[in-house]
Design a protein around this ligand. Sequence first.
Ligand code: FAD
Ligand code: SF4
Length: 502
Amino acid sequence: MPDPNGFLRYERRLPARRPVAVRITDWREVYPPAGEELIREQATRCMDCGIPFCHDGCPLGNRIPDWNDLVRTGSWDAAVDSLHATNNFPEFTGRLCPAPCEAACVLGLGGQQPVTIKQVEVEIADAAVARGGLNPRPVPASTGRSVAVVGSGPAGLAAAQQLARAGHAVTVYERDDAIGGLLRYGIPDFKLEKQHIDRRLAQLAAEGVQFRTGVNVGVDVTAEELRARHDAVLLACGALQGRDTPETPGRPLRGVHQAMTHLVAANRVVAAAGDGRPAPAVLPDGAPIDAAGKHVVIIGGGDTAADCLGVAHRQGAAGVHQLDLYPEPPHGRDAERDPWPTWPWVLRNYPAHEEGGERVFAVAVQEFVDDGTGQVKGVRIAEVTVERRDGRRIVTALPGSERELPADLVLLAIGFEGTEEQPLLAQFGVTRNARGAVDARPDWQTDADGVFVAGDMHRGASLIVWAIAEGRAAAAAIHSYLGGVGDLPAPVDPARQPLAAR
Ligand SMILES: Cc1cc2nc3c(=O)[nH]c(=O)nc-3n(C[C@H](O)[C@H](O)[C@H](O)COP(=O)(O)OP(=O)(O)OC[C@H]3O[C@@H](n4cnc5c(N)ncnc54)[C@H](O)[C@@H]3O)c2cc1C
Ligand code: SF4
C-alpha cells in the first residue's frame, strides 16, 4: 500500500546538475545519479491516486505507480521487472523523455509539483545494470520466420527486441556505420553517453538480433532482395529530412548549415575520441565545422536547437544567440489553453540554457549577411508577429525593428519535413503523405503488404517514447501477421495522439 501522505512530507527534488563551469569542459552527462536516499524519498511522493493519469500521459503505458512503490520499499529487482514489462529501453527515456507523464501527474493539479517520474525511471534503469547487468532473454525455439528491420533508431530496436523474444529471426539494416539512429550521432553525449546504447545492443545481439551496418537499403540492397530474404519488413527510417529556408537571401553562404550537419560532426568527434582516435569536426566533404571562437546563431527553439547550444559551448564558441519565431511562452501552465493533464505550452529550459547564450524570441531572419567573400558574417533579424490564417502560418515583420547579429556559424534547427525521399520508398511501393510521413493501416502495414512502418517515419519527427511505443506495437502486428502464437503487447495504435483537450 503506497504512502498516502508522502507528498505532504516531501517536496519535489531533483539531483543537482553538474556545475556548469565543469561540465562545459567535457562531454559527460549533465546529471549525476540521484542516490538511493533521494530517489526513495521522491518515489514516496506517489500516492497511487487510483486513476493514474500518468499512464495516459506515457505512450508506453508505463506502470508508474507500481514501480514508484517498489522503489519506495527498496524492491529494486521487482521495480526493474515492472519497468521493463512496458519499456524496452528505460535508460533512454529516463534520460531523454520530456516526461508527458509528469504533466499528467495528479500531484501537478493546480500548478503543484508532480512526482519526479522520469528520474525514478532512470534510477531503476541504471539499477538494472548495477545489479547484474542487462540479462539477455534468448528464446529456446525459433518460429522459422524472419523479419528485416530497416533503421536502427529506438523504433527499429524496440521492434527487433520484441520480435526476437517472440522467436523470429531478426536482422536490423542500418546505413550508418553504427547502430542507434538519432541516439548515436544526433543526440550529444552530454544528454546520453553512448555506453548505454552499446550495453543494450549487446543484450539484443545475445538474444539473436543480427546487425548489418553500412547498408543503405534501396541502394546497397534492393527492396526486392530484402523481401526475398525475409517474411516481413519493418521500415523505421526516421524523419530526417531537415527543414530549410532556401528563400532567405544569403542562404548559400559558407557557414550556414543544417543543425544536424553540425551535431553529427561534433558527435563523431566525441565517439572517435572515446575510441582513442582524435578527429577534427568535419562535414561529409571533409570541410571543417566547429564553433570554437565563433559567433554562433542557432535558429529554432526545440531539442535540436538546445543540443546545438550545448555543443557550441563545449566547442568554445565566442557567443551564441538562439532565435525563436514565436514569443516567449508562459513560465507556467495556461489552464485555459492547455488544461491538466495535457502537455502544456510553457517555456522549456534545457540544461544547455544554463550554460550561456542569449535567447531571442519573436524574431525572424531577413538575410544572412555576406562578408564579401561568400562567408556569412551576420544575420539581419526583424521582430515579427505570427498568426494562423486558413491553416497557414503568416509571419509579419514589424517595420523599423531590424538589427544585425554577428554570426560566423549559423545553424538551422527549424524542424524536419518528414522522412527522406529515397530510393527505398519507390522500391517498396510506399509514398510520403502531405506531412512527409508514411501512412500505416490499423495493423501498421503500409500500402505494400508485408511492409510495416513505425517511429518517426510514420509519426513525423517526434519523441523516443513514441518511437519505442510504435516499435513495440508494430512488432505485435508483425508477430500476428507471421502467425505467431499469442499476442505481443501493443501500447498504441497508428492513430493514437498525445493527450489533448481538443
Ligand atoms: C538533435 C535531436 C535531439 C533530440 N532529442 C530528443 C530528446 O531529448 N528526447 C526525445 O524524446 N526525443 C529527442 N529527439 C527525437 C528522437 O531522437 C526521435 O524521435 C527518435 O530517435 C525517432 O526514432 P526512430 O527509430 O523512428 O528513427 P531514428 O532515430 O531517426 O532512426 C532512423 C534510422 O534509420 C536509418 N535509415 C534511414 N534510411 C535508411 C536506409 N535506406 N537504409 C538503412 N537505414 C536507414 C537512419 O540512418 C537512422 O539511423 C531528438 C531529435 C533530434 C534530431
Ligand atoms: S517514458 Fe516518458 S512519459 Fe513514459 S514514464 Fe518515462 S518519462 Fe514518463
